[in-house]
Design a protein around this ligand. Structure first.
Ligand code: NAD
Length: 489
């Protein structure tokens, strides 16, 4: 297959591709080989103005349509995405380097799920309340916010674009979406497909750029809301800028989530969950359970099973169906992850497997071996900071109260999980874990029906489920008098 995926132009505004060659040039690199896939321009202030103006105009017409009509367009887009899943998945693999084995089932299809789900609930999920007041009455309406900005991370470019667009659009907003500068391509295709499905021009726009472009959108006076998927440091900056204008925000940020394995757990399943929660997408998943607490009685069985299954993972060309581990998104990310691995070794963790660049792909791309450290202690750097790579930390524990306290001793609160055969204990533990999304006897499954998001420094607001509509709309309350006004003067 060709490694070229040059879009017609860098941006998609008002229903068409738009270029402004004044914008800084940047390249989309295929992380498996370092080849240039496309060359683009970052948005200039003129492009930002054009995108926001287009969204502002289009939003009025869009909001005036019935929710059923809006939903129908999104459901049509879901069907088109599914028909083109192969091509979209290959593009996602070029954008991110993630194995086709994953992108074919987890990326554009999960975007389609969001369009299908929100399109489906649109006719009934935006109703208000009738409030009887003894003759008089009040009613509430759920109204859109206006122009919403979506800013994406690079790990799930198409999914993130769809997860933000679907609830925003169904609620009657327009969106300007800025993908990560590392993965600029997928969102443009989503914009094209939405137009094909019948979306009015300007309701969903995509502009390119990096940390210099984002603030132009966040600070724009015509933008009502910002939804960011990114790291905690970026979240702090974006939330602070939005607060200056009292804008609505949703923050989907990073984590260092605990996955707790009690010694009565099904070890085969627990290892499978831990591997999915550390090595899927080469570990570049925000909700990963990167602190794996294993009860001492299960430690040996857990590590033996984990090592043999990790050593058997297929690392290689992401376009090969058999490949299970592709490269990281960039050489910069590879170097960052390798530096964390060196810190783990230097601070005294026991390297069980991995720990470097796989020999057979050395020099080819941004690869890192799936890596397991055991005997990790709470104070080690690799146990405290988000690595965002295929590095699993296994920590020992003895009892329930101890592990809950240690699991919660972090500024993050995105996710967590517990593996145990004791269902009472499972509920007791998740009840006490300080995180927004939790799993019992599985890990990292995020169907669109289920709210997803973090607490503490991992963010606020929720994506997916009908709840997400509350974050893209606000209540308008109307009091209706049925008699004369009784005034004391
Ligand atoms: P990042 O924070 O570096 O960048 C995220 C996005 O923000 C990019 O599009 C970037 O251009 C933009 N940006 C950077 N500075 C900005 C600013 N000052 N104003 C406006 N926009 C700005 O994150 P990343 O490296 O692309 O992604 C990895 C991070 O994302 C990890 O921390 C990961 O945990 C997190 N993440 C969270 C979720 C979630 O749902 N909670 C999902 C995926 C990734």
């Amino acid at each position: 297959m060709t490694l070229k995926a040059q879009p017609k132009a860098s941006h998609f505004i008002d229903g068409e591709y738009v270029e402004d060659t004044e914008g800084a040039v940047f390249q989309s690199i295929y992380p498996a080989t370092g080849e240039v896939v496309a060359t683009l321009h970052a948005a200039t202030p003129a492009i930002v103005e054009r995108a926001v103006a287009s969204a502002k105009t289009a939003q009025k017409e869009w909001a005036a349509m019935s929710p059923t009509a809006r939903g129908r367009i999104l459901r049509r887009a879901a069907d088109i995405i599914r028909e083109r899943n192969r091509a979209l998945s290959e593009l996602e693999t070029l954008d991110t380097g993630k194995p086709i084995q994953e992108t074919i089932v987890a990326d554009s299809t999960s975007g389609a799920d969001a369009f299908e789900f929100f399109g489906g609930i649109a006719p009934s999920a935006l109703n208000g309340d009738y409030i009887p007041l003894g003759g008089d009455f009040a009613y509430t309406k759920r109204v859109p916010l206006g122009v919403c900005v979506g800013i994406g991370a690079w790990n799930y470019p198409q999914q993130i674009a769809c997860w933000k667009a679907a609830p925003a659009l169904v609620a009657g907003n327009a969106m300007v979406f800025k993908p990560s500068e590392n993965t600029p391509l997928g969102a443009l295709k989503i914009a094209e497909i939405l137009i094909e499905a019948g979306l009015p021009k300007g309701v969903f726009n995509v502009i390119q750029g990096d940390r210099d472009t984002g603030p132009l959108l966040v600070n724009h006076p015509d933008v009502a809301k910002v939804s960011l998927t990114g790291s905690v440091p970026t979240g702090r900056k974006v939330a602070a800028a939005a607060a200056g204008h009292l804008k609505h925000v949703t923050m989907e940020l990073g984590g260092k989530s605990p996955l707790i394995v009690f010694d009565d757990a099904d070890i085969e399943s627990a290892v499978g969950g831990a591997m999915l929660g550390n090595f899927y997408s080469s570990g570049q998943v925000c909700s990963n359970g990167t602190r794996v607490f294993v009860q001492r009685g299960a430690k040996q069985r857990f590590l033996e099973n984990l090592k043999s299954r990790t050593d058997a993972m297929v690392i290689g060309d992401p376009m090969e169906e058999a490949t299970q581990i592709g490269p990281l998104v960039s050489k910069a990310q590879q170097q960052k992850v390798l530096a964390y691995i060196e810190k783990g070794k230097a601070e005294g963790a026991t390297l069980i497997t991995g720990g470097g660049i796989p020999n057979h792909v050395a020099g080819q791309g941004a690869y890192v071996q799936p890596t397991v450290f055991a005997d990790v202690t709470d104070g080690m750097t690799i146990a405290r900071e988000e690595i965002f790579g295929p590095v699993m930390c296994v920590l020992d524990f003895d009892d329930e109260d101890e592990v809950i306290a240690r699991a919660n001793a972090t500024e993050f609160g995105l996710a967590g999980g517990v593996f145990t055969a004791d269902i009472n204990r499972a509920h007791r533990v998740v009840d006490q874990l300080e995180a927004g999304t939790l799993w019992i006897n599985t890990y990292n499954i995020c169907p669109v029906e289920m709210p997803f998001g973090g607490s503490k420094q991992s963010g606020f607001g929720r994506e997916n489920s009908a709840t997400a509509l509350n974050h893209y709309s606000e209540l308008k309350t109307v009091y209706v008098a049925t008699g004369k006004v009784e005034a004391p003067y």
